[in-house]
Write a protein of this length. Structure first.
Length: 157
């Protein structure tokens, strides 16, 4: 447990949320891509889970159209926590394009620039530096990744 810092409190989350401007991350896992079902509620989207991509998909039968989703685990340099990046085509394709040129994104930082709010949000990505990550932080990856996989991704990979 850590002391709560009230002056700059941000609601904790296991999922990456980009702030306006530059966001520095390091991918710390292999990525996956596939179809995922979501349901829109009054103020957010609820993840219903992966699409089985066959005739027996219960969510497809209920009329929920699947959307393409890219997922990675990453280190958020803003708070040095391992989080899940659940990305759509705009961001997912950009990260994959950087990796197709520069190799495995686990070997370098990525800078993601967010501009805009809500439906007008745009992202641009670029390869960052190769920042040194301390051995202590690297050791924390193993536990954090295992916890996130068990909690959110176990049935998707």
């Amino acid at each position: 447990m850590k002391k709560i810092e009230y002056t700059n409190y941000k609601k904790p989350s296991d999922f990456m949320s980009f702030v306006e401007g530059e966001n520095k991350i390091r991918i710390v896992s292999s990525g996956v891509v596939g179809f995922q079902h979501v349901m829109k509620t009054a103020n957010r989207f609820v993840n219903l889970g992966p699409c089985s991509e066959n005739d027996s998909c219960e969510h497809c039968q209920k009329g929920y159209e699947p959307k393409m989703a890219w997922k990675w685990m990453l280190l958020d340099y803003a708070d040095m926590k391992v989080k899940i990046l659940d990305a759509g085509p705009m961001l997912g394709n950009q990260i994959c394009e950087i990796a197709s040129i520069n190799g495995d994104p686990q070997d370098y930082d990525i800078i993601i620039v967010r501009v805009g709010q809500k439906l007008k949000t745009k992202y641009t990505t670029k390869k960052g530096e190769v920042s040194e990550i301390s051995e202590e932080v690297k050791r924390s990856f193993k536990f954090a990744k295992k916890r996130l996989i068990n909690k959110y991704l176990k049935n998707e990979t």
